[in-house]
Design a protein. Sequence first.
Length: 198
Amino acid sequence: MAVSRRSLLQSAAAAATAGCLDAETMQQVHHHAAEVKQQNAGAYKPACLTPHEYQTIQLLAATIIPPEGDDPGGAGAGAPEYIDLLCSGSDRMARIWQGGIAWLDTACRRRTQKSFVESAPADRTTLLDQIAYRRNASLELNPGIDFFDWARRMVVDAWATSPAGFKALGFQGNTGMETFQVPAEALTYALKRSPFGA
């Protein structure tokens, strides 16, 4: 029996919220995002988030994993589409992202009178540097710290399970091998830690 897109997104969003989304399901979410883009002549139209929220996620994804060489980075690898689709499958996931984006905009407006997207790159970097570390915890920054921790993990998960991430990581998947050789460094390390080592 085929699983509907809606059912997949609901179960994937619930698993992501619980912190236990598996790689196969992540790849299925990427597959659905590609289908949506194909249906819209190569352009992704957000299923849940507003255009401003989606643009903010694009900027965050590109900041968290910037493009480098042939690797398109987080935004180019489909992290924004992946996140939007998961938000469309879960009100809780949508609230996390919408609330986090609202916090970023409010924090930027206090500092620059502009939203996160409208702020200068240096101002965005200053704010993200503050919320990137738990050591900066304060009543003012804690919601941003929690959200940015969530955003980083989801962008990295989306990138790592995308075709671009597989390529950048050199992941070969389920390919046959005539022989498997354990790297000497790994053996040496394991034997040093083992009670059976020499």
